[in-house]
Design a protein around this ligand. Structure first.
Ligand code: NAD
Length: 367
């Protein structure tokens, strides 16, 4: 065990509490187990609408502050994602610190499952980056508070195809709003990040005849996906100012910021990545000023959440697909609201979600 100075502990606790309070979180749980070398953080943002459901990401964060930042930002996003999608869920998220390709194993995942179980259902986990349905199956051995387990054992499986389909719906709605037609034939679309979601998205876009360009830090994946779908690829150095109709960020967050937005050469930004705006208000306004239509990430990437939510009530694939298709109409409604109220599309989506939570809080108070 490591010794810590009292001063250091006080400083950490003080700043963390202030931080999570400012973000509106209910609970932040640090999990550590020497035997399995598990280091994880679970963040529960808001449970007004229901239990906090959100995926677990395994990532090799260079320091624990980055992991805390990530889990606080993402769990907050999950609250608004569930609310705007009309789901009776709150927002939560978990991170396991480590390299998923070398450090992930059954004991680690089962130990993590025990920590999830100890929260008694206030937090329900699922897959995120670095996780698979099999990992969720390990977690299931220790807790019932897990979704996204394999279909073979009654689960909903990998949520990524549903996420990709929802993003595709969001892209089509954005095209309809911007150009009067949702037809993506010959539209130049840059997909950044061709992982579980990105690759499925590329397929939808190619099937519709879009002119897709892909980018990923994993060059082997780039070669594989480029060959499979006969699409072009581009290096990161030429990415942001590439002349395209639509930019679909499907890798990591904070890609829309004062460094990248001035360079953007597209009409629409619509992708799967969570927390694309580095600073929500500032960057949504920068996009608006450039007349770039921004599809709020937490709105159009909700397909996976919609699918795992269905698992909690007895999995129904058709119903998940129907609800995910609805993202098309909701996106158009958000755009109209933003136009009428002269606000950013992010603000429009956020205000609807926040109102749902406020109304529920009031109803609970008056009950
Ligand atoms: P993934 O790990 O399968 O894929 C991510 C891909 O992005 C990988 O191929 C990785 O090599 C690439 N990448 C990482 N950093 C990059 C960079 N700087 N530039 C280019 N490529 C980079 O993850 P995923 O499940 O496909 O999720 C992608 C994004 O969508 C994440 O932000 C995730 O949080 C979000 N999301 C996923 C789901 C889901 O159902 N999987 C649901 C909602 C949101």
């Amino acid at each position: 065990m490591r010794t810590l100075s009292k001063k250091m502990i006080a400083k950490e606790k003080g700043s963390l509490l202030t931080y999570m309070t400012a973000m509106g979180h209910e609970q932040l749980v640090f999990c550590q187990d020497e035997e399995t070398d598990l280091k994880a953080i679970i963040a529960i943002h808001d449970t007004t609408l229901g239990p906090a459901l959100g995926g677990t990401r395994m990532w090799n964060y260079s320091n624990s502050q980055d992991a805390v930042d990530y889990v606080l930002r993402l769990s907050r996003g999950m609250t608004y994602k569930a609310a705007i999608s009309g789901l009776n869920l709150g927002g939560g998220k978990a991170v396991i610190i480590g390299d998923s390709s070398t450090q992930k194993n059954e004991s680690l995942m089962r130990r993590f499952g025990k920590f999830v179980d100890s929260l008694g259902g206030k937090y329900i986990t699922a897959e995120d980056v670095g996780m698979s349905p099999v990992d969720m199956q390990y977690v299931r051995q220790e807790t019932k508070f897990v979704t996204g387990v394999p279909e073979s054992i009654g689960g909903s499986g990998d949520p990524s195809p549903f996420t990709a389909y929802g993003v595709y719906m969001g892209i089509k709605a954005s095209a309809k709003y911007k150009w009067g037609s949702n037809d993506l034939t010959n539209k130049r679309i840059l997909v950044q990040g061709i992982g579980s979601v990105g690759e499925h998205l590329v397929k939808h876009l190619c099937d519709e005849g879009a002119n897709v360009i892909i980018n990923d830090i994993n060059q082997e994946k780039v070669r594989k996906v480029a060959d499979k779908f006969h699409v072009d690829s581009i290096l990161e150095t030429q990415l942001y100012d590439l002349d395209v109709d639509i930019y679909a960020p499907c890798a990591l967050g904070a890609v829309l910021n004062p460094q990248t937005i001035p360079a953007l050469n597209c009409c629409i930004v619509a992708g799967a990545a969570n927390n694309q705006l580095q600073d929500e208000e500032r960057d949504a306004n920068l996009l608006l000023k450039k007349d770039i239509l921004y599809a709020p990430d937490f709105l159009i990437n909700a397909g996976g959440l919609i699918n795992v939510y269905s698992e909690l009530q007895g999995y129904n694939k058709e119903e998940s697909l129907r609800k995910t298709t609805e993202i098309y109409n909701t996106t158009l409604e958000i755009y109209k609201k933003a136009e009428i109220e002269q606000i950013t599309t992010h603000q429009a989506a956020y205000s609807i979600a926040a109102k749902k939570i406020a109304d529920r809080k009031l109803a609970l108070k008056n009950a």
